[in-house]
Design a protein around this ligand. Structure first.
Ligand code: AOF
Ligand code: ZN
Length: 372
């Protein structure tokens, strides 16, 4: 066991904070922060902003210039050892004369995975790993899961009334929650690599499933909205209308079906058709998620009605449920959150509350399924 000092915590905590600045822009890369420290003083810091641009360490080293010599580097993720879109950070740290590297967690990327730490050690650099690992892992649930399991991190978002209803029987659902909750949903979309929805939301609501700059309420909203998450529509029997709004919006759409593509798809460069086998009367969701991981999707957001939400939940494919709950009753004719026919108490799905906060007049609950 390594003993961590208060100063160690202070500097890693700063590295975690700045890593979050990449929340909306790094994918498919992880969010990473780095601070360089000498004689207890912060010399320079850097974070990874965008795939293809400098990694956190390189950005910090660039700022420190000659002062990097003799520094300790605090990095939220193991420095990379491979040539990807950019050269290895381990080499950059060695060349700059850094004497110690403190790391939050090992990089789950098999191309790195311990090699970065080894390279540093072999160059005579003192390496300590595992400081504030939980906080460092929290930055990258999707990247970690994709690297470790070949699956994206699945976040299911629902907006419901106090009595757990998501729409009237007619399908009418605008609006259950207030503007702050809806702004928060835009931010969930913006941090996601893909948004999954069912064909019903296209047929009935002509949903756009885009990140809307004006609703993000962030300083760099324009830049964030430029990178639209992949829109994934589950359309098992090919009911997608040729005129659907989302097919002509900026960004790409992936239509997942059990049958062949209609003709109009070939003429649209921003639309991809993926045919998957049927499973339990619908699309094989496991296969769907694997297909998204192979397209480098880290975090995916499921925004859908009771049928698909129930199917994801029943299949144990939900990593996190974000529930926006409005303090109103929609009554017993309205639609439930999940189509999940259970009969016995022993069949219940248990969730663990990990965060709750008030957004205007609504409540936001973040829950994770309990392992059965
Ligand atoms: C680091 N620091 O800030 C990041 C790292 O294609 P590239 O060159 O951008 O490399 C991407 C891989 O590098 C990514 O899969 C992950 O393993 C690591 N990301 N590593 O040392 C960083 N973003
Ligand atoms: Zn790197």
């Amino acid at each position: 066991m390594t003993d961590w000092s208060a100063a160690d915590h202070q500097f890693m905590s700063r590295a975690v904070t700045i890593a979050w600045q990449g929340l909306y822009t790094t994918e498919p890369n992880p969010r990473v922060g780095c601070v360089l420290v000498k004689d207890g003083k912060l010399i320079a810091e850097g974070y990874h902003r965008k795939a293809g641009e400098g990694h956190a360490e390189v950005n910090a080293l660039r700022r420190a210039a000659a002062q990097a010599k003799g520094c300790t580097a605090y990095v939220t993720l193991e420095p990379c050892s491979h040539f990807g879109k950019t050269p290895p950070c381990a080499n950059a740290l060695i060349d700059a004369g850094v004497v110690e590297v403190v790391v939050g967690m090992v990089d789950p990327n098999p191309q790195v995975s311990g090699n970065g730490l080894k390279k540093l050690q072999q160059a005579g650099i003192r390496v300590r790993c595992g400081l504030m690992e939980a906080q460092c892992r929290q930055l990258n649930p999707g990247f970690i899961k994709r690297m470790a399991e070949g699956m994206p991190f699945v976040r299911l978002k629902m907006a419901a009334s106090l009595d757990g209803r998501t729409a009237m029987a007619s399908g009418e659902s605008q609006w259950i929650t207030g503007p702050l909750a809806r702004q928060d949903v835009q931010r969930l979309r913006a941090r996601s690599s893909a948004i999954i929805s069912g064909i019903a939301s296209i047929i009935h609501d002509d949903a756009s499933l885009t990140v809307r700059e004006a609703e993000l309420g962030l300083d760099n909203a324009a830049e964030i909205a430029q990178r639209q998450p992949l829109r994934v529509i589950l359309d098992s029997s090919a009911r997608m209308p040729e005129q659907a709004k989302l097919l002509s919006l900026p960004g790409r759409t992936l239509i997942v079906s059990c049958v062949d593509a209609p003709e109009f798809v070939a003429a649209n460069d921003s639309v991809e058709w993926l045919k998957l086998p049927a499973y339990n009367g619908g699309i094989d969701l496991q296969r769907l998620l694997q297909a998204l991981a192979s397209r480098e999707c880290n975090e995916v957001l499921v925004e859908t009605g009771a049928t698909l939400a129930g199917a994801f939940m029943a299949a144990g494919l939900v990593d996190e449920l974000v529930l926006y709950q409005a303090m109103k009753l929609l009554g017993s004719n309205a639609r439930p959150m999940f189509l999940l026919p259970l009969d016995k108490m022993s069949e219940q799905k248990q969730l663990q509350l990990v965060d709750s906060r008030v957004l205007g007049d609504d409540l936001r609950l973040t829950l994770i399924p309990r392992q059965e």
